[in-house]
Design a binder for this molecule. Structure first.
Ligand SMILES: [Mg+2]
Length: 236
């Protein structure tokens, strides 16, 4: 595997879910429950990314706003095409409840703690998530990783979420660093698109929510299958 020369890198920006925090199994189990309960015919692989984005949207807002925006929210559920509004609503609420239950057991990826400790001694580290920044803070604190990040940016800190590069550019600005010295690591196609638009190095981690082919189509600079491979990639 080609290695990244850390002497040129001064800052690394991490997406949280799917890169540090392993929510994949919770999403997959919730989807399985949905398929079984509502007898939906879908290609699991192709809808996981869509569902991950949907759950992210729902998690971010208080219930009244979710209900008010439900029409908009349900527009992005191609896996439920053809069903009535109420049926869609019922399925999405069930999906969200199942996900919340399974998420209690979610944990950080194997080996990622050690990698973050080592990297934090050499470069600046930040989190950029489409979730709320407090969500990221809570999870990092829970796993004793909070102290390794000097910047945490959530959807509440930017006007436009990823794939817009605004969050990455905001972090660069705060660090007073140039894009050629930055790496962005994400698991979704929207992460790679954002990183490319910000002209930073991109590492795609194919942990299973986005299809590997669609990550490759977006031409990340590096592609790995598990966050633990960052250790080799950065020669730690
Ligand atoms: Mg992610």
């Amino acid at each position: 595997m080609e290695k990244i020369n850390l002497s040129r890198i001064k800052g690394i920006i991490f997406d949280l879910d799917g890169v540090i925090y392993d929510v994949g199994p919770s999403i997959k189990k919730a989807v399985e429950d949905c398929i079984e309960k509502y007898n939906i015919k879908i290609d699991r692989e192709s809808i996981l990314q869509e569902i991950a984005h949907l759950l992210e949207d729902i998690q971010n807002y208080p219930l009244p706003r979710i209900i008010l925006n439900s029409y908009e929210l349900l527009k992005n559920t191609s896996f439920l095409d053809g069903l009535s509004y109420f049926k869609k609503m019922r399925i999405v609420v069930f999906l969200f409840n199942q996900f919340n239950g399974y998420k209690e057991d979610a944990t950080v990826f194997d080996g990622i703690g050690d990698i973050l400790i080592k990297l934090s001694k050499k470069v600046k580290l930040a989190i950029l998530t489409n979730n709320k920044s407090t969500y990221a803070e809570d999870i990092l604190k829970k796993f004793n990783l909070y102290k390794y990040f000097n910047t945490i940016i959530g959807f509440n800190d930017v006007k436009e979420n990823k794939p817009n590069p605004e969050g990455i550019l905001k972090i660069l600005d705060g660090w007073h660093l140039k894009n050629e010295n930055i790496v962005f690591i994400g698991d979704m196609t929207s992460d790679i698109i954002a990183g490319k638009a910000a002209r930073v190095y991109t590492i795609a981690v194919a942990t299973g929510l986005a299809k590997k082919e669609s990550l490759i189509e977006n031409e990340p600079d590096f592609l790995i299958n598990h966050p633990k491979e960052l250790k080799q990639l950065f020669n730690l």
